[in-house]
Design a binder for this molecule. Structure first.
Ligand SMILES: NC(=O)C1=CN([C@@H]2O[C@H](COP(=O)(O)OP(=O)(O)OC[C@H]3O[C@@H](n4cnc5c(N)ncnc54)[C@H](O)[C@@H]3O)[C@@H](O)[C@H]2O)[C@H](O)CC1
Ligand SMILES: [K+]
Length: 505
């Protein structure tokens, strides 16, 4: 799903009108037809509340569409002065068609009381300041009377800023928001769910390929994830699904390594090997499918000759969870990223998380060794250390800072958080899955395991990160329907089933 702010909507509009030569009134008509498709067969007795911009124009066009379907329709016109051109055209048609139009605020209570469904087209992407006066009164009335009625918002609930999700003084609380072309960035704001209701994104008659060059940001939906799927070849063998080498876990943190390994195995990697302390026996018990590369931490250099062979044999290396920030961990990290290509001549992909990111922040010369082949998966604090931006600065301008960082260091960034972001500096995806019940230790390790596994199965870095984030959150979203808390172990045991559901059902 395309993701865009108010500016993107204007650009798409201009492109459609000026380059594709679609008259703007046709776009409005298409928007109205698409909108009306979502009105239930049994819904009747509508009150359409219209402003004077194109959002109001959509409202009048929707009123006509409903009227043509023999629905009972009344319109409340907030102002018939200074209407936008298309608003005025549709208003005139409504008037000429004999749809009842009301103008006086005193009438609004009765109209709201008597209707069954409200459709509001007061403000959309054009809202540009705090809502006051008559507009505020009308919005408050809609919310007051709508307790047992259905409220549809056209494009954006009037009062929500499409870019930021900020409530501009007051906002309509919709049951359904039918928005056009793009999922609005403002909808990502976590505390406005009760204003948005169910969000539906509709087409206005534009083919995605015609406008895709205007948009470089996407809301990650199951369709996008399905589109990334690489079918598993029936004639393949385990070597075709990636040899993944994992450096995760250390004394006291073996669990981290085990979780990465198990997630990797469950996500379908061909062969999984974990570099681990020679005294760690838990791996064999927890993940019998994984192999271990025992390392003597007393004298790490003594392992390096063998390790070099292991690196040359790998397709992907995941580094970080639970390795600590010791000099020894740093030495192994440096060794693991020192070889760029494997025995087959392929670039060895890297997935860096947790302490690998902290070590990277303190040894910035290592960025040179990881470029063009890495996914970095920081949470906000790790990203703040990596990027040098404060948390406030990141939160204020997350998309741009993330894109610039990915571009500067030539990496794929997966920035964890409420709306996890994935970007390679050019394209940016915002994950649509996940919930707060998964905020507990081991979750990140699990995500790292899924991503490195997918990278081993020949998915690109961006695709691995997107599928990983989506799948991880999707499993948790399903589990919270029947349980209160979701742990990494719960996710792990549901990976394969959810992959089947996403890719094959
Ligand atoms: N490509 C598409 O997605 C299409 C979208 N359409 C619809 O058009 C609106 C945007 O229309 P626009 O005329 O630009 O703006 P609005 O109707 O949202 O409102 C502008 C109107 O309101 C005034 N205004 C702004 N803020 C305030 C305020 N705080 N108080 C009072 N008045 C305010 C402003 O001056 C204007 O007069 C989009 O959302 C879609 O619904 C089209 O149908 C075509 C395709
Ligand atoms: K609206």
């Amino acid at each position: 799903m395309l993701l865009g702010g108010n500016e993107t909507t204007k650009k798409i509009d201009n492109y459609a009108i000026n380059e594709l030569k679609i008259p703007s009134i046709v776009l409005m008509e298409n928007a109205a037809i698409s909108f009306t498709k979502h009105i239930g067969k049994n819904e009747d007795n509508f009150l359409i509340i219209c402003g004077k911009g194109n959002n109001g124009g959509d409202g009048y066009a929707i009123a006509r569409q409903l009227f043509s379907k023999e629905k009972k329709v009344k319109i409340f016109c907030i102002s018939d002065e200074n209407m936008s051109n298309n608003c005025s055209v549709n208003y005139e048609i409504c008037k000429n068609s004999g749809i009842e139009i009301f103008y006086k605020l005193e009438k609004l209570d009765k109209l709201l009381l008597e209707c069954d469904v409200v459709v509001e087209g007061i403000f959309g992407t054009g809202l540009n300041s705090e809502i006051k006066g008559i507009y505020k009164d009308i919005i408050l009335k809609i919310n007051e009377y709508s307790k047992n009625k259905k409220v549809y918002a056209i494009d954006i609930p009037s009062g929500i800023n499409g870019d930021t999700g900020e409530i501009m003084g007051v906002s309509v609380k919709a049951d359904v928001t039918i928005s056009f072309v793009t999922y609005k960035k403002g909808f990502l704001k976590s505390d406005i769910k009760e204003y948005l209701g169910k969000v539906i994104i509709e087409n206005i008659g534009l083919n995605k390929n015609n406008i895709v060059h205007i948009v470089s940001e996407y809301y990650l939906t199951s369709e996008i994830i399905k589109g990334f799927h690489i079918k598993r070849d029936e004639n393949s063998h385990k070597g075709d699904f990636g040899k993944v080498l994992i450096f995760a876990g250390s004394s006291g943190f073996y669990g981290a390594g085990n979780i990465v390994a198990k997630s990797c195995v469950r996500s379908g990697a061909g062969l999984t090997t974990v570099i681990t302390d020679k005294n760690n026996f838990s791996l064999n018990v927890f993940v019998p499918e994984a192999m271990s590369f025992p390392i003597n931490f007393e004298n790490i250099e003594e392992n390096f000759e063998k390790l070099e062979k292991e690196i040359l044999n790998s397709d992907v290396i995941a580094i970080g969870p639970g390795i600590g920030k010791s000099q020894k961990a740093l030495k192994i990290f440096e060794k693991l990223i020192s070889i760029e290509k494997n025995n087959k001549g392929n670039v060895i992909k890297l997935v860096l998380d947790a302490d690998a990111l902290n070590l990277l922040s303190e040894n910035r010369e290592l960025f040179e060794k990881i470029k063009s082949r890495s996914v970095l998966t920081p949470h906000l604090i790790e990203f703040s250390r990596l990027s040098g931006f404060s948390l406030e600065e990141i939160n204020r301008d997350k998309f741009e800072i993330a894109k610039d960082f990915a571009q500067k260091y030539e990496i794929t960034l997966l920035l964890k958080g409420k709306n996890t972001i994935i970007t390679n500096g050019k394209t940016l995806f915002v994950n649509s899955t996940g919930n707060s019940r998964m905020a507990n230790g081991g979750m990140g390790d699990c995500l790292t395991g899924i991503i490195c596994s997918l990278a081993g199965q020949k998915y690109g870095l961006v695709e691995s990160a997107c599928i990983g984030a989506y799948l991880h959150g999707k499993i948790a979203d399903k589990l919270v329907k029947q349980q209160y808390i979701v742990n990494a172990s719960h996710i792990i045991e549901n990976i394969s089933e959810c992959m089947k559901e996403i890719f094959e059902v």
